[in-house]
Design a protein around this ligand. Structure first.
Ligand code: SF4
Ligand code: SF4
Length: 286
């Protein structure tokens, strides 16, 4: 069942990327952690990277947009929620959006991406909702490394920093991945490769998430985003990323065709058509 579904998911199957389209619905603007590489903003320019969107939609607006896109793109197979914040930090909006679409179109594949902090809380509902593909970003397994990557972790009403915050996040990510994998969800783990921060630690991350039940990892280059804490660090070069993917492929299947899409991306992975469907509400997230 799971592999049949994955055959239609352009991110989880490299063969499907040329045949099936996906759309990201930007209904989840909030986030509960601060990654030092993150800069989120709404835009009306042709910028393409995670966290960027031209608009944030309510669940009802998202449903209307889905109907419009489905009519225009018949090979749409996947609806994903990838922020622009964290899909679980705005769980009520994420869940409502999925329910609205699922009620009228039960064949759509749903996909979520999350930092994993709230997976222990929401993983059972994710399974119950019928979401079969989840991406969790796991950049390390050691709190001391996480302390360099995460500025803060806001959990259950308290703001944690340093290794203390990272430890909560990493424990929750790992428990969540195990739960999802044990309940038939296909888990992809994204890893942002940051030179001199976590690059040498990545094989350990891949090994760990494999033990937890993840099906593949997606090692992505760090992109210095203007306005982020890490804006002065060098972009990770693709030669190093490719070498790391090759090395880690011995352990676990690697995704090599990720486009690091916007939070409102639409269409084939190779052809983002978000500008055909957006209403351009220029605002900046702070
Ligand atoms: Fe930004 Fe995503 Fe990190 Fe939240 S989890 S701070 S949205 S990169
Ligand atoms: Fe797929 Fe990567 Fe784009 Fe997410 S960011 S939709 S995994 S290609």
């Amino acid at each position: 069942m799971a592999s049949v579904l994955t055959d239609k998911h352009p991110c989880f199957s490299s063969e499907a990327q040329h045949q099936y389209a996906r759309m990201h619905l930007p209904v989840a603007p909030q986030c509960n952690i601060s990654c030092n590489y993150c800069s989120r903003k709404y835009d009306c320019v042709n910028e393409s990277r995670p966290g960027v969107t031209s608009e944030v939609l309510s669940p009802a607006e998202a449903y209307a947009k889905f109907e419009k896109v489905k009519a225009a793109i018949p090979n749409l197979s996947v609806v994903g929620i990838a922020g622009p914040g964290d899909a679980l930090a705005d769980w009520n909006k994420t869940r409502e959006t999925i329910e609205l679409i699922k009620n009228t179109d039960p064949d759509v594949l749903f996909c979520l991406s999350t930092n994993g902090l709230l997976l222990p809380e929401y993983a059972p509902e994710i399974v119950e909702l019928g979401v079969r593909h989840v991406t969790v970003t796991v950049n390390c397994t050691e709190p001391v490394i996480g302390a360099q990557i995460y500025g803060a972790v806001n959990y259950q009403g308290t703001r944690y920093t340093g290794a203390e915050g990272a430890e909560i996040l990493l424990n929750n990510q790992q428990a969540g991945i195990r739960y999802l994998a044990d309940h038939g969800v296909i888990v992809k783990v994204n890893i942002v490769m940051i030179t001199m921060v976590n690059d040498r630690h990545i094989p350990t991350v891949v090994k760990k998430v494999k033990q937890l039940g993840a099906s593949l990892t997606n090692i992505m280059p760090f992109l210095p985003a203007q306005g982020s804490v890490f804006s002065g660090l060098p972009q990770t070069n693709m030669h190093d990323v490719t070498a790391m993917r090759v090395a880690c492929n011995v352990e676990l299947k690697q995704m090599t065709h990720c486009r690091q899409c916007r939070a409102d991306a639409i269409g084939l992975l190779s052809q983002d058509r978000n500008n055909e469907f957006r209403s351009c509400a220029a605002t900046t997230l702070v």
